[in-house]
Design a protein around this ligand. Structure first.
Ligand code: SF4
Length: 127
């Protein structure tokens, strides 16, 4: 059966649902970058990991540009989100991942940088 293609107004690419199992987590690894997380999302992630918010923040977050970002780790000569599961090749906090992760690849930035999105995510096709 063909995979469903998710589209959004303003984007000239579509996302083929179901490809994430095959790609090895390219949106969670590679070039270093901020992985923004709100205080509310951090609280949810801390609860998911059965941690108190202070311990969670100390272990996994850092402050930048007046916001909170998830730490990264070295991975395959580059970087990965600290929550990237290297064995399973997926997100270890998937059910409580922050909005930035939930909304990938439909970010405003990619409206005008669609080649970057297409290079990063094998689930995308040009419309
Ligand atoms: S929180 Fe999960 S989905 Fe988001 S970058 Fe980290 S590993 Fe990937």
């Amino acid at each position: 059966m063909d995979k469903q293609i998710i589209t959004k107004l303003g984007y000239n690419f579509g996302f083929r649902d179901g490809f994430c199992d095959e790609c090895g987590g390219r949106c969670c690894t590679g070039t270093s970058g901020y992985i923004w997380i709100s205080e509310d999302e951090a609280q949810k992630a801390a609860s998911f990991l059965l941690m108190d918010i202070q311990s969670f923040a100390d272990a996994y977050l850092f402050a930048a540009k007046g916001r909170l970002s998830i730490r990264e780790k070295e991975y395959n000569g580059a970087h990965a989100c600290i929550f990237f599961d290297e064995k399973e090749k997926n997100c270890s906090i998937y059910d409580v991942r922050p909005t930035q992760c939930r909304t990938f690849p439909f970010w405003d930035y990619f409206k005008t940088h669609n080649e970057e999105a297409l290079n990063e995510c094998p689930a995308l096709i040009t419309l």
